[in-house]
Design a protein around this ligand. Structure first.
Ligand SMILES: Cc1ncc(COP(=O)(O)O)c(C=O)c1O
Length: 370
């Protein structure tokens, strides 16, 4: 039995006819940009996350760029972020002219290690962009306390964490601003690109709304150099419908993680740990093994999707040669990049598929080897 790494289409199959009708209604409405569905989705998203404002933008990358700008990050400022993440995290910091400063991560959550962040704070540090990687919330009490101590802005890159919680608060509701992606493989998917910025600040809300619209409130007076970065009504309409399903999908992902444990996956590889107070949504289910090549090969032979995410950390990517990092600078990040491998995880995965994956892993990494 082949088991894909993810299967986004299967999750909306039961109501695909309804989605076709939703799309047809938007087409007939003739309202495509900043129309009624965007407004409604922004209100529903803000209520879901427990924040005052949510603003739709074109994608999760623009969301970080615009959030950095709205929080006053200027060329030459330093912004601390992880090197174990998708490239968009440091890329956006560079694209606004700031300097990404890479801190190491905590192996218990895959997310920023507060002591490593502390060690990198200088007089030029303006903000922290933390990531809730793979759908698990970073250590927010410690990171928020450190940011408050040094008067730093906090952006939560929550692209992989729609619905994840820590001690009852949703990912995206902690920082000065947070950002989301609705790329079709994300756990709250659009049918194309889409993104969102959330904030409790009226001032940030106003700036973000201007920045996504060429720096203008009315397309007549231009107060800032901004962007053309809007969520469109077709995507917003689809997202409103998918939002009704996402808690069920997330719960099923947690069930799949429990099945992996029950099936003995932990005897073969190191399972992803869950930090204290965290309810993850398992955007990706990344296990760790020193025998990654053998595992991937055994999975490939059996048609099981097993893929390495972020095999190369960003501090040693060629684009950042000029920043002067060397291998060994971020030991935990480098170990996780060298040993992590994502196994199939999706909202319609069955227990039989879990068994199949575990058998494929066992063929590559027999018990006792790990
Ligand atoms: C952690 C992280 N940040 C940012 C992004 C960028 O989102 P998008 O692809 O919507 O621009 C992604 C998704 O690809 C991501 O995983």
């Amino acid at each position: 039995m082949a088991v894909p790494l993810m299967d986004p289409r299967a999750q909306y199959e039961p109501y695909v006819g309804e989605l076709e009708q939703i799309a047809a209604d938007v087409i007939r409405s003739g309202q495509f940009i900043l129309g009624p569905h965007v407004k409604a989705f922004e209100a529903e998203a803000a209520a879901y996350l427990g924040v005052k404002h949510a603003i739709g933008v074109a994608n999760g990358t623009d969301a970080i760029t615009i959030a950095l700008r709205a929080l006053g990050v200027q060329p030459g400022d330093e912004v601390i972020c992880p090197a174990y993440t998708f490239f968009a995290t440091p890329e956006t910091i560079s694209s606004v002219g700031a300097v990404p400063v890479f801190a190491d991560v905590d192996p218990d959550t895959n997310n920023l290690d507060v002591e490593s962040v502390r060690a990198r704070i200088t007089g030029k540090t303006k903000a922290i962009v933390l990531v809730h990687l793979f759908g698990q919330v970073a250590d927010m009490p410690a990171l928020l306390a450190l940011a408050a101590e040094h008067d730093l802005k906090v952006i939560e890159d929550s692209a992989q964490a729609w619905g994840a919680e820590q001690d009852g608060t949703k990912a995206g509701a902690f920082g000065d601003a947070s950002t989301f992606s609705f790329f079709p493989t994300k756990n709250l998917p659009a049918f194309g690109d889409g993104g969102l910025i959330a904030t409790n600040s009226d001032e940030v809300n106003e700036l973000v709304r201007m920045l996504r619209f060429h720096g203008s409130k009315d397309k007549k007076v231009f107060e800032l150099v901004g962007y053309n970065s809007r969520l469109d009504d077709l995507q917003a309409a689809i997202l409103r419908r998918n939002l009704q399903e996402v808690d069920g999908w997330n719960a099923h992902r947690r069930q799949v993680a429990a099945w992996y444990e029950e099936a003995g996956l932990g005897d073969l590889v190191e399972l992803p740990p869950v930090g204290e107070g965290n309810v993850p949504i398992w955007h990706l289910y990344v296990v760790r093994t020193d025998h990654r090549e053998a595992l991937v090969e055994a999975c490939r032979e059996r048609g099981v999707g097993a893929t390495v995410y972020y095999g190369e950390p960003h501090h040693t990517q060629p684009v950042y040669d000029s920043l002067g990092y060397a291998p060994g600078d971020l030991p935990v990040t480098e170990r996780l990049c060298a040993t992590g491998v994502a196994l199939p995880m999706f909202a319609t995965m069955t227990r039989d598929q879990v068994t199949e994956v575990v058998e494929a892993v066992r063929a590559g990494v027999p018990a006792g080897v790990r």
